[in-house]
Design a protein around this ligand. Sequence first.
Ligand code: 5GP
Ligand code: MN
Length: 335
Amino acid sequence: MFTPSEISEIKKLLTPDKKIVIITHHNPDGDAVGSSLGLKHFLKQKGLEADVIVPNDFPKFLKWMPESKKIIIADYKRKVAGEAIYNADVIFILDFNASHRSGNLVGPWIEKARAKKILIDHHQQPEDFDFVYSDVTVPATSQMIYHFIQALEEEDIVNREIAECLYTGIMTDTGGFRFRSTSATTHRIVANLIEKGADPAMITSNTWDTNTVSRLHLLALVLGRIEVVKDGKVAILWLKRDELKEFGFQKGDTEGFVNYGLSIMGTQVSAFFMEDLYEDFIKISFRSKEDVDVNQFSRNHFNGGGHINAAGGKYMKSIEETIEDFKEKIEKEDF
Ligand code: 5GP
Ligand code: MN
């Protein structure tokens, strides 16, 4: 958490005359959108306005969240987003650790911005900003927003909108309250959020009961060819661009596919490789169990990073070569 003196400095920054902007990482997920909108609704309760800016579009299954329609998508609204960041007095950097994670467009804008920058994030190795609240043991940035609200002694003003957004972020980043860093504290906060008006059944249904037939067909294809290597410890899944096109791929359609690899008895790592729809690179998702560190593995070999048990990466070779390289590298890992 921020130190008490940082908290009082931040309090002084958060006044109605200030322009406040909240930014997430590229390809925003449930936690990025949930923490940002949660913070926005919290600021609103305090009489402050803030713009949420995301580098690119986010999945449809998050667009039920209160005020998600008002999020500025920098890819589509370059000028509006650029000016808001340029003119900001305060920028919240949520759910990412380094400016480049917000992409080629927004990343440099953040670096150039004259605003006071406040990072709240749970990824490894944060860059330095004016204020940094980084904790890799917390399962979701949305939980950290709740801790931040507690540190400001403002828990009383948490309303239904804030609760719904933070609940969604925690639920999605913990895989439904299952992943390892899900703690008793997480559950206590979630209990508070339910008391403040978050409806678990509604949120789960809006977020997760959103399969399209095409997504299920895509999933069937991926599951039908899961390969297991390294004595059953590593699962490999993959999709090609043509297949994505054939099934009418939409953003978010492959979210969660990588987790199926980890559900196989005995696997420690699951890797999902997907050709980007437009550009010549392979987007990789890694998941792992226990102490197997896919963050470091991805940093070392696949131009990526993330968390110990959930990381991503990018690779510039063909999908076949990428998978071959992966098999070679993972074989040498000691687990
Ligand atoms: P996902 O597999 O869901 O895309 O990403 C898993 C985690 O790894 C997320 O927390 C995400 O922030 C991080 N991540 C994904 N792709 C990259 C990447 O290219 N670079 C870094 N540093 N982190 C990534
Ligand atoms: Mn997160």
